[in-house]
Design a protein around this ligand. Structure first.
Ligand SMILES: [Zn+2]
Length: 62
């Protein structure tokens, strides 16, 4: 799960029971389903922009 605010990727940020995403790095909080939709939209935007293999940049401090 990628934080849309600071870019940190940390699977444990997602609370499956509450369906809530909480980033411990920047205190960003959101519904996890909404966040997933946002990330998918970002990948789609990269794809139509000409990137053949859309992906997120991995952050080393995640
Ligand atoms: Zn964050």
């Amino acid at each position: 799960q990628r934080c849309p605010k600071c870019g940190t990727i940390k699977k444990s940020h997602r609370n499956h029971d509450l369906h809530e995403y909480y980033c411990t790095n920047c205190d960003y909080r959101s519904n996890d389903d909404r966040l997933g939709a946002m990330n998918i939209q970002l990948l789609g935007t990269q794809y139509i922009s000409g990137q053949e293999q859309p992906k997120f940049e991995l952050t080393t401090n995640a």
